[in-house]
Write a protein that binds this ligand. Sequence first.
Ligand code: FES
Length: 112
Amino acid sequence: MATDGWHKVASEIDVDPDEPLRVRVDDAQIALCSVDGTLYAIDNICTHEYAELSDGFIEGDCIECPLHQALFHIPTGKAMSPPADEDLTTYPVKVENGDVFVQLHAPGDARK
Ligand code: FES
C-alpha cells in the first residue's frame, strides 16, 4: 500500500548491478539502476525519441540509450550527450528490509 507517494517496486536482490531493471508504477515506466551499490530511479523512456532505457547499458554512473546512444547521468538524470538534450526525471529511492521503494509524488504534490 502506498503512503506519501512511496511504492514498492522490487526486491533489492532483483536489481542486477550491471543491468537496469524496468518497473512500472501506475502509468509511470521507471528504470532502477545500481551505481556503486546505490539504487537510483529514472524515467525509463528516453527524452529524445521512444526507447526504453532499461534496454540500454549502464556505463559507470551513466546509462546509454539503446536507440541513438545518448548518455544520461543516472544520479541526476542529466542528459550528457546528443542527440538527447532534455534531462530525465529522477525519483527518490529507499530500501527497507530488502524491499525497494520509489516515491513518485512527494507529499503535497498536486499531481496524481
Ligand atoms: S531515442 Fe534515445 S537517444 Fe534517441
